[in-house]
Structures are given as C-alpha cells and as structure tokens.
Ligand binder design. Structure first.
Ligand SMILES: [Zn+2]
Length: 170
C-alpha cells in the first residue's frame, strides 16, 4: 500500500476534482493541508490494529464528508463542494490501497463496509508495499524506492488535475 506521501498526492488529485485549488496562496495551503490530511487519515487505523478495515470504506468517507460539510471545513465555498471534495479525498485512500500490495493478509480494503466485510483489491498491483519494520536493514532503500515509484505515477496525475482545475500561476 502507498506511503503517506502517495496518499496525500492521491487525495489532492481527487479532492480538487470537486473543489478547485483557490486563487489565494494562504487559502490554497489550508485547503491542500486539509485534503492531504484527510487522504492519510484512514491509516490511523494501524494504531488500533484494524488496518484496512472500517476506516477504508466508502461509508467512512461519507461520514467524514458529512462532518466536514456540517462544520464547513475550509476546502470550498459551498457545503456541497466541501462534502464532495472531502468524500473524494477520503475515498482516494482505499482506491489507492486496492492497487497496492501489503505484506499482511487479508489483502485489499473493506471498501463496502457495512454492507459487506469482504476485503476488495484490484488484480493489478501498481504500488509497492511500505514496510513498517523500521529497524530492518532494507528499510530506507526499500521504502525510498517505493515512494519514488508512487511519486513518478502520482505527481503527474496530481499536477495535471491542478493545472486543469485552475492552478496555473507561475
Ligand atoms: Zn490504508
């Protein structure tokens, strides 16, 4: 599964589809920081040892989007756009994970919880697994290459969305 860097990039690309990057720099930084954080947040489930389960579902994305729209998180001007952007940013996480590999089964994500507790994964592996065994000798090299691979794939995608959605200043 991708690293936090890959997830942040994916969340920006998806979130900007609904809420374009604002013109003002300070507002852009706040918006991008929120969308990136939303994209990384599902992996906090590692802390409670429920990795890739309920937090990695479309239902979780809906709940967070509803809270964001209700509390008017500063990612867009209207509640509708706020909700859509946060939903897409959160949903980008299980989407990317479904293209990734992980060492620990069950592989995939519980995307359709609570309707189904099955784990879903695409048959194609695009992203390498990130190892959390930080004391292993290969940790830096292995994860460095995995992050490089994510960036090579996701930076062009995110940049293309940003350009298309109006972030064209020099
Ligand atoms: Zn994840």
């Amino acid at each position: 599964v991708p690293s936090p860097i890959g997830h942040a990039l994916g969340a920006l690309a998806c979130g900007w589809l609904a809420a374009p990057p604002p013109d003002s720099r300070p507002r852009l930084f706040v918006q991008a920081a929120i969308l990136a954080a939303v994209g990384v947040a599902p992996d906090l489930d590692i802390l409670v040892d429920r990795h890739r389960a309920e937090s990695h579902s479309l239902a979780a994305a809906l709940i967070v989007a509803a809270v964001a729209a209700w509390r008017r998180w500063p990612v867009a001007d209207t509640r509708w756009r706020i909700g859509c952007a946060v939903f897409l940013a959160w949903a980008s996480h299980p989407l990317l994970d479904a293209f990734g590999h992980d060492a620990k089964p069950p592989l995939g994500t519980m995307a359709f919880w609570p309707v189904s507790s099955e784990y879903y994964k695409f048959p194609w592996t695009v992203f390498a697994a990130i190892t959390r065994r930080w004391h292993g000798p290969q940790f830096l090299v292995y994860n460095g290459l995995a992050v490089l691979r994510e960036c090579l794939i996701l930076v062009p995608v995110t940049a293309a969305v940003a350009w298309w959605r109006g972030l064209r200043r020099s």
